[in-house]
Structure formats: structure tokens, C-alpha cells
Ligand binder design. Structure first.
Ligand code: KG4
Ligand code: ZN
Length: 358
């Protein structure tokens, strides 16, 4: 495979990820140090703790990635780094680390939008994976993560038209908050999926916010409804002690109902958007795309309409360096270069003017 060899750094949230990716596709190494266990006690990410953990892990993660790919920083064509959106302190660790690497090893630096990374994960191939056709345009992508939920149309590389987005909570945020309400472990997404998979009774129905006439999403009403449904279930079981959790079978049924509600809205709107845009391909990405119910339902509905569907394997849906390497290669080929004044942009939107385009 031809194309630039990119060393990519991701530290926008609570995963320290460094990867070596060739041609925006082929993964040579992809090392992720997850802080999930560190934040579990607090039931959510503590920004200051996250930034310090990035500092602690970024050098060993780099060493492992370089050793895994069998390269040194001198061998790569560019160093790509996430500069937003994300937590300011966390972003700064990755940005300053990448700047130091670029300066010391005299390599070009490329700034990458984290959301663009989630999209470009669809292009990635694992090291031993067979070649497959590249994603083709126009495509419609649903990106669902802990901080973002949006539908976007891509008519070409690096060209985005935002179709809709959440007006309140992100889908992953809803999973995490409702997981906590149900007494499940952090993060709520994987915990709700596991509970839902064990559901025998599947009768609990959660509301759907359709926001008709738009491709926007809303999950805050669902969260409020979930609180009421959980409270009602606790009353029905005669549980008054806050320390006592619902029986496992009840939790499983509620987790299933909640997951169905989120999945139903996400899939229905994505299919409609793809049909209206005349897309031939649907891409799913972001941490919530690791959800097996969402993946299989969207795959089935796309197939029924003759649409191609791509979703990265779960480890490439959650935050990682390889996706930044995939997007970074495109930006590098488009002659974009970041200077040593590259700064963290915690609220960076997906559609934005190019950085240093020539
Ligand atoms: O993309 P990501 O790793 O970080 C952000 O950029 O936000 O997404 C993390 C989110 C969390 O909210 C987590 O609960 C959710 O992705 N998530 C899942 C699953 N795995 C991770 N949600 C539903 N089902 C899953 N299997
Ligand atoms: Zn993410």
C-alpha cells in the first residue's frame, strides 16, 4: 500500500492512544491505554485526573507503538495529533507531546479533528486484514459517542454537510447516565448492552423523541423517563433502601427497553437520511457504535435497502490513535501543516476552515 506513514496521537478524553498507520488505512500499531477503571469510582471522567493519567502513560504507549510497528519517529512522514474537540487539559498533553516529537525528529505536524477521526475509522484495515473496497461517496455517517451525536453527509474526502445533531445529551452520555440510574457499572454503554443481552422479559417500553421533520436527536427526555420508570419499578418491588438494587431480571428488561428506544431513533433517522441524500453507503462510528444491537439493526436495515454498511470493529469505534492516523493522512496529503502554535480547541466543530491549507 502506498501513502504516507503517519504517527498519530490521541488524548482528547480518557484514552491515551498512539498508532502508526500507512496510507490512511493500514494499521501497523495501535496502542490504547484506557483510564476507564481510574474514573469508575467517580462514575464519570474527572478532567484533572484524566490529564495526569495521559502524562503518566503517553511515553510507554509511544514506546509500545513504535516497537510494534518496528519504526522510529524518523521513519514516519508526519505526526498527527487530535487538537479538539475534547477536554482541554487532556488535549494539551497530546498536542505538546506531538509538537515535541515533531520538533526533535524534524517531522511535519498535522492537527486532526477528533470527530473526523471517528469518521475515518471506517477506512482502517488491521495489520493482517485482507484489502477491501474503500468507502465510496456520497455516504451518510452516524457518529455516536460520549460527547457527540450527529448525522453527516460526505460527498468527498474532508467534505462534510451536517444533517442533524443532538439538541441536548449525546447518545453515549444517555447510556452512561441511565446506566448509573439502573445501578450498573461505569461506563453505562457496555454495562447496559450486557444487561440487555440477558433480558428474558422484553416488555418495558421507553419513549422515543422523534423531533419530526429534522435529523436532530434528543435524549434528555428519555433520561427523565428512565428515572421515572426505574423509580416505578423499585416501588413495585417494594425497595425503599437506596443501597438495594433492582432484581437482575428487572434491570435486564429495563436495559433492553432503553437500548431499543435509543437504537430505534438512531437507525430510523440514519436510514431516512441516507435515502434522502441518495447515499450508497452508511458509516457508523464513535464509542456507542461498539453497541451490538445498534450495529446489527443498522446493518440489517441497510442491507434490506441495498445500501452498503461499514462499522469498524468495536476497538476502533472507541477512542484510539489509528483513527487519527487515518484522518491525519488525508489532511497531510491535502498539504495541511500545523505550526508549533497549534492549540487545543475543546469545542472544535466538525465542519471548519482548513488548518494551514496551502
Ligand atoms: O468515542 P468514545 O470512546 O469517547 C468519546 O469521544 O466520547 O465514546 C465513549 C462512549 C461512552 O459514553 C460509552 O458508554 C459508550 O461510548 N459506549 C457504548 C458501548 N461501548 C462504549 N455505548 C453503548 N454500547 C456499547 N457497547
Ligand atoms: Zn471519541
Amino acid at each position: 500500500m502506498s501513502g504516507p506513514l503517519v504517527l498519530a496521537v490521541e488524548s482528547s478524553c480518557d484514552e491515551t492512544g498512539i498508532a502508526v498507520v500507512e496510507g490512511g488505512r493500514r494499521i501497523h500499531a495501535n496502542v490504547v491505554a484506557s483510564q476507564t477503571a481510574l474514573h469508575a469510582a467517580a462514575g464519570g471522567i474527572v478532567p484533572e485526573v484524566a490529564a495526569r493519567a495521559h502524562l503518566r502513560w503517553i511515553v510507554p504507549v509511544l514506546d509500545e507503538a513504535l516497537a510494534g510497528a518496528g519504526v522510529t519517529p524518523r521513519d514516519v512522514d508526519a505526526i498527527a495529533v487530535t487538537y479538539g474537540p475534547g477536554l482541554a487539559g487532556s488535549l494539551l498533553v497530546g498536542i505538546n507531546f506531538a509538537k515535541a516529537l515533531a520538533l526533535v525528529h524534524d517531522r511535519p505536524l498535522v492537527g486532526v479533528n477528533h470527530l473526523e477521526g471517528h469518521l475515518y475509522a471506517a477506512w482502517l484495515l488491521d495489520s493482517g486484514e485482507d484489502e477491501r473496497e474503500e468507502p465510496e461517496f456520497p455516504l451518510v455517517a452516524l457518529i455516536v459517542s460520549g460527547g457527540h451525536t450527529f448525522l453527516v453527509e460526505m460527498t468527498d474526502h474532508l467534505t462534510y454537510r451536517l444533517l442533524g445533531q443532538t439538541v441536548d445529551d449525546a447518545a453515549g452520555e444517555a447510556f452512561d447516565k441511565v446506566g448509573r440510574l439502573m445501578g450498573l457499572s461505569y461506563p453505562g454503554g457496555p454495562a447496559i448492552q450486557r444487561a440487555a443481552e440477558s433480558a428474558v422479559t422484553r416488555d418495558a417500553v421507553f419513549p422515543r423523541a422523534w423531533l419530526p421533520g429534522t435529523y436532530d436527536f434528543s435524549f434528555s427526555g428519555l433520561k427523565t423517563a428512565a428515572r421515572r420508570i426505574v423509580d416505578d419499578a423499585r416501588r413495585a418491588e417494594g425497595i425503599t433502601d437506596a443501597e438495594v438494587s433492582l432484581p437482575e431480571a428487572t434491570t435486564a428488561e429495563l436495559a433492553f427497553g432503553f437500548q431499543e428506544s435509543v437504537t430505534d431513533v438512531l437507525v430510523t433517522k440514519t436510514i431516512r437520511a441516507a435515502e434522502e441524500a441518495g447515499a450508497r453507503l452508511i458509516v457508523l462510528g464513535g464509542g456507542v457504535a461498539a453497541n451490538s444491537a445498534l450495529r446489527s439493526r443498522l446493518a440489517a436495515e441497510a442491507e434490506a435497502r441495498g445500501l452498503r454498511f461499514i462499522v469498524p470493529r468495536p476497538g476502533l469505534c472507541t477512542d484510539n490513535g489509528a483513527m487519527i492516523g487515518a484522518a491525519g493522512a488525508r489532511r497531510f496529503v491535502a498539504a495541511e501543516r500545523a505550526g508549533l502554535d497549534l492549540d487545543a480547541r475543546p469545542s472544535l466543530p466538525l465542519a471548519r476552515p482548513a488548518v494551514g491549507a496551502t
